[in-house]
Structure formats: C-alpha cells, structure tokens
Design a protein around this ligand. Structure first.
Ligand code: ATP
Ligand code: MG
Length: 424
C-alpha cells in the first residue's frame, strides 16, 4: 500500500493512531495513511478504492476485511479572518463560531501536521528509512503519557467540538494525562457539543465507551462537564446520588463489566451499554410518573420511551439498538413474578439473556433483590421437571388465579397481535 504510492512517485506515511500505538507497544486498531497524492490519484492507483466524506474528502482502500484510510495532506492552519471565513480557493469553510465546515485545501506534510489534534497523533512513519517524523514533540509526550493539543486548545475545540470527546477517549484508552492547558477550556466549551449532529455524537460516544476504558472515560466526562451535554438526563439523575449510591453503582459496574468484556475480546453491544447509561433516568421518570404503579411494565415502558426520545435529541441511537433496549427494560418487572408456569416462559424469551444480565447488574448495584437474581440463576441450571416444581411450589401464579384466569385469554390475544413478525 505504502510502497505502491511511493513507487508511483508520491510521499506516503503511516500516521495517526497506528504510529502512536506501535510506539506505545500496543496493537494498532486500524491504519491511516497520509500522502501527497490527491484522492483521485489514490483512486487511480487502487482498484478497491472508494472516495468518501463531504466535510473531509478521504479515500478508503479495502484489503479483505481491513479498510485503510488514505488522507491527502491538508494545508496549514488558515488564519480565521474576522469577516471572511472562506479562504481564497474556497476550500476551507468555517462557521461564525470558528467551526470547520469543510477542509479540502491540500498541502505538504509540514502543513498537514498542524491540523492534527494531539501531538501523539501527529507522528509520521516514513517507510523509506523507517524513521518517525515528529514536528510537535509527540514522541516525548507519548513517552510521558501526556495528551497535548497542537496549537491553541480553545481555537481547536471551536473548530471541531468533537475534539473534546477525542481528548477524553484517548486519555482514558491510553491512560494518558490530559495536559492542564489542553483540559482547561473544555468545561467552558462543553456546550458546543449541543451543535454537533446527533449521528456523529453516536459514533463518537460508541468509540468512547467501547474502547475498553468506559469507566475511566465516564469519570472524565463527568469531571470535564461534558456528560451533561451528552446524557443530560443521566447527569441530572446522578446529581444527588452520593458515591456508592445504587444508581452510580449500576453505572460503574455496568461500564466496568463492559470494559472486562472488551478486554477479553468478547462481543459488546451498544444496546446493553445504552441501557446502563439510560437506566437511572428511566427509573427516575418511572418513579415520578407512576409512583403508585409499582412493577407495572406499561408504565416502565412509557418511562423508557420518554427517556429514549429525549436522549435521541443528543445522541442518535439507531432503532436496531433502541428496540432491543426497550425489550430488555420491559422484561425487568417480569422477573418479580416467579409463580406459575408463565414465569418459565420468560426463559425462552429472545431477550432473556440480556435482560437477566441486566437484572444481575441491578442486584450487584444493590437496587434489585439479590435473592431474586439468585433464583433466576438457579432456575436456569435446573432440569425441566425441577423448574416446573419450583414455580408451582411458589403458588398458582396470576394466570390460573381467579382474577388472572378471567383476564388471561384476552391478554394473550392482544399480545399475540402486537408481536411483530419474526421478532428476534
Ligand atoms: P484510533 O486508534 O481510535 O483509530 P486514531 O488516532 O487513529 O485513533 P482516527 O479517528 O482514526 O484516530 O484519526 C486518525 C488521525 O487523524 C488522528 O490520529 C489525528 O491525527 C487525525 N484526526 C482525526 N480526527 C481529527 C479531528 N477531529 N481533528 C483533528 N485531527 C483529527
Ligand atoms: Mg485510526
């Protein structure tokens, strides 16, 4: 890849996270390449190449499952004119708050380095002689585990507020300290996240929380006052919760559990992650709107819908995650009802496993009954006969009780009609 660009007469460097990770002795997650070839020239060299991005033109070159991102050197930091935010060629466009809308003025490597975010992310590895080109002291910062913004931090956050989240992500993931000057403007500029498209925030939030250091990232987000702009309802639900309070414990244990899974290379899904991050707010909404409806699944689902809708305004969580999330939440009250064979049907629910994991989490946080969680653990290990024995020993259950029997068939029909086809 690098060689083909070079043989065609272009400069080509490995850049960004891969160089940084190799320097730190970590496995790079992906490879980014910087070159002086223009995107259409890159396309001319590689058949399996797609040009992407409007705000920022890039070439994606596919090698099997790997996608290598090839970016053309960008020109030096264009001074932001007070009255004229469009540069000569019209390539770099900023809005009235200094935010970059488009950045496609090509330049040289000496210019490219200044538009990168952190010093440790601005190292260029040259395949010609295996040297690292470091214009900004990135090698030394990486060695000292310091995350330092290139240029004036406030200006750089105004250009692209997502850099505040990137600071949190890299500090948490790499166990770096954010340099004091780099951290200082963040609380003051955190509000600028409100102007970032919710779909981009979803991508970034996912990266922040699924990089193996979710809990460290969460603490940083809270400390830098970013959390209230990403998860306003979570932030206010946790406001009066003391350290060790069950809502905080649930978030802590949930995120630490996610981190363990990521580190063990097990699968993690945004569904469970967002259930953890939304549960304290769902519980609060539930308690507020249905103080008397203890254990009423419909009221809990209404609270879930309310919190989800509000959350979508900040972080656009796709339906393929919010729908299973809703099911996972809706099953929680059903764990309370252990009597009768109806309880056993829960074991076959397609969302049982995730809902049960969430019950365990609630129990570990001290919010759900530990004995209840244990009962559901035990019943899974029991044989079919034992299972029936156990639920029947607890009583007849609502279905066969007088009132339940009268209601049973009607409820059943209604549920069947509502069930979407091929739900899984
Ligand atoms: P990861 O290990 O998560 O891939 P990365 O450092 O490679 O981390 P990418 O998002 O892949 O991060 O971006 C590649 C490089 O592009 C970064 O290292 C950085 O130099 C530059 N970059 C990416 N996004 C921005 C941004 N919003 N502002 C400035 N520079 C950026
Ligand atoms: Mg990368």
């Amino acid at each position: 890849m690098l060689y083909r660009l070079r043989d065609a007469g272009f400069q080509a460097f490995l850049v960004g996270g891969a160089v940084r990770d190799l320097l730190l002795g970590l496995h790079p997650k992906d490879f980014d390449i910087a070159t002086n070839a223009h995107p259409d020239e890159v396309k001319g060299l590689f058949r399996n190449c797609r040009l992407i991005g409007r705000r920022f033109h890039l070439a994606h070159v596919r090698f099997g499952y790997e996608i290598i991102e090839v970016a053309t050197f960008r020109a030096a930091h264009t001074p932001i004119d007070e009255d004229n935010s469009v540069d000569e060629g019209g390539h770099r466009v900023l809005d009235e708050r200094g935010r970059i809308l488009r950045d496609n003025l090509y330049g040289t490597i000496e210019e490219d380095v200044w538009r990168r975010d952190f010093t440790a992310n601005a190292l260029y590895y040259n395949i010609e002689d295996f040297s690292v080109w470091d214009y900004v002291g990135g090698v030394e910062d990486a060695r000292q585990r310091i995350l330092r913004m290139i240029g004036d931090p406030e200006t750089r956050y105004r250009e692209d507020p997502v850099r505040m989240l990137r600071a949190v992500r890299f500090a948490a993931k790499l166990d770096f300290t954010i340099h004091a000057d780099t951290a200082a403007p963040i609380p003051k500029l955190a509000w600028m996240l409100d102007g970032v498209p919710p779909a981009r925030l979803f991508d970034e939030v996912n990266k922040v929380f699924l990089a193996g250091s979710a809990y460290a990232a969460f603490e940083l987000l809270e400390r830098l006052q970013l959390l209230e702009h990403l998860f306003p309802d979570l932030s206010s639900a946790l406001e009066d919760v003391p350290p060790g309070g069950s809502a905080r414990e649930l978030v802590r244990l949930g995120l630490q559990g996610t981190d363990e899974r990521v580190r063990a290379e097990k699968s993690v899904t945004p569904t469970f992650l967002f259930a953890v991050l939304m549960w304290p707010a769902i519980q609060r909404a539930y308690a507020k709107h249905a103080p008397a409806a203890d254990g009423d699944p419909q009221q809990l689902l209404a609270a879930c819908d309310l919190v989800t809708a509000r959350q979508q305004a900040r972080v656009a969580i796709p339906k393929r995650f919010t729908l299973p999330l809703r099911e996972l939440i809706g099953l929680q009250p059903r764990f309370e009802r252990r009597e009768g064979r109806r309880a056993l049907r829960l074991l076959n629910h397609p969302r049982f496993r995730a809902a049960y994991d969430f019950l365990l989490l609630r129990a570990a946080a001290g919010e759900a009954d530990a004995e209840l969680a244990q009962w559901w653990t035990d019943i899974q290990a029991a044989s079919a006969d034992e299972r029936v024995e156990r639920v029947e020993s607890l009583g007849p259950g609502p279905r066969t009780a007088a009132a339940g029997a009268a209601e049973g068939p009607r409820r059943r029909r209604r549920r069947r009609r509502r069930r979407p086809p091929a739900a899984s």
